[in-house]
Design a protein around this ligand. Structure first.
Ligand SMILES: [Zn+2]
Length: 346
């Protein structure tokens, strides 16, 4: 016999608290414009839904990793509100040319369309797709030389949550350690010292802002974005004061990004709104309470893995959210000035 749930409608995984995101957006303190340097807008209908939410949260310009074939349509529909980041054709991941010859051709085509930012995704799990996805593979370096010659800056994804290294990346022979991935990043930062790099997700290490500071101090061409909401909320809420000081100290080098993925599979208002609400609450306020977003990663790691398998899927947990309440000048830098300085003319 199964007990009836007390609430027959399960809460939305992006709105466990039943927030009225439209009202909440208007209540957030920051009133200025925001530029989001890290989004994924799949096509025009998805982007239309996304921009409804973006407008509510004051996001006036975004950079999007959109497949080359859909760039023109999105630009036609949204004009200057969206700029593009060159990406391989992930729809054809099985084709060996996708990360080699086709990728080089696409970088040129993106550049012809005015794109001035090129993404090099090098998460540890990239080895499961293709050896070419290592950040310093020969083809990657060739692509970097090409992108540099076309006047592009780089965006990189290096590392992943510590919780993943403690679970799905335990095979360090295969996936490497976070320190090893950072060492590769440092080599590439040196070899392309004249190119600005935006390392997504706080260089993949919000767990250790001291290490990220070391990267920034050693590499003047390194910038960061704040994207990946669940990860940032989970880790930065453990140390809002340290995060505040980090943003103040590195003014101009920390850019706002969300990593919102707008795709046909899930166009729910709450999904997009929850990301902007949580990130803005983290940055602007001294909120001290539960995050409204399910965070299944909290089930990973040593404690999660050692539990015996249960017949019922575990209740999805949520992180605790503690705001860093950045001062107005620092917020202005993170939300727009840093991106304007770095990418305004790109
Ligand atoms: Zn992303």
């Amino acid at each position: 016999m199964t007990a009836l749930p007390a609430n027959p409608t399960p809460p939305h995984p992006a709105n466990r608290l039943g927030l009225q995101y439209r009202l909440e957006a208007a209540r957030l303190p920051w009133a200025g414009p925001i530029w989001d340097v890290h989004t994924h807008l799949e096509d025009v209908p998805a982007a239309r839904r996304f921009f409804e939410v973006a407008e509510l949260f004051g996001v006036e310009r975004v950079w999007s990793m959109t497949q080359l074939e859909r760039v023109d349509a999105i630009r036609e529909a949204f004009g200057q509100r969206v700029r593009f980041i060159a990406v391989p054709n992930y729809d054809a991941s099985e084709d060996p040319r996708t990360f080699t010859t086709d990728w080089l051709r696409r970088i040129e085509r993106f550049a012809e369309k005015g794109c001035r930012l090129c993404k090099f995704w090098a998460a540890p799990r990239g080895v499961d797709y293709s050896p070419e996805l290592r950040l310093d593979s020969p083809i990657r370096r060739e692509a970097m030389r090409l992108a540099r010659s076309l006047g592009m800056a780089f965006m990189v994804h290096v590392g992943d949550p510590d919780l993943w290294f403690a679970s799905k990346y335990r095979d360090t022979n295969r996936y490497g350690t976070k320190a090893q991935h950072h060492a590769v990043l440092e080599r590439v930062l040196d070899d392309f010292g004249d190119v600005p790099f935006i390392a997504a997700h706080l260089a993949g290490d919000p767990e250790h802002l001291d290490r990220v500071q070391g990267l920034l101090d050693r590499h003047r061409n390194l910038y960061l974005d704040t994207s990946a909401t669940k990860w940032m909320v989970r880790e930065l809420s453990k140390k809002p004061g340290e995060f505040r000081e980090f943003c103040q100290r590195n003014a101009g080098r920390v850019l706002f990004g969300s990593d919102i993925v707008a795709e046909a599979a899930d166009l729910s208002f709450d999904l997009f709104a929850s990301r902007y609400w949580a990130l803005r609450t983290l940055l602007e306020t001294d909120y001290d309470g539960p995050s409204p977003i399910d965070d299944p990663d909290l089930l990973l790691g040593d404690s999660g893995l050692s539990k015996s398998p249960s017949p019922e899927p575990p209740e999805p947990p949520a992180a605790w959210l503690r705001g860093a309440k950045l001062d107005t000048a620092t917020l202005g830098n993170v939300y727009r000035a840093a991106a304007e300085q770095l990418l305004g003319n790109l």
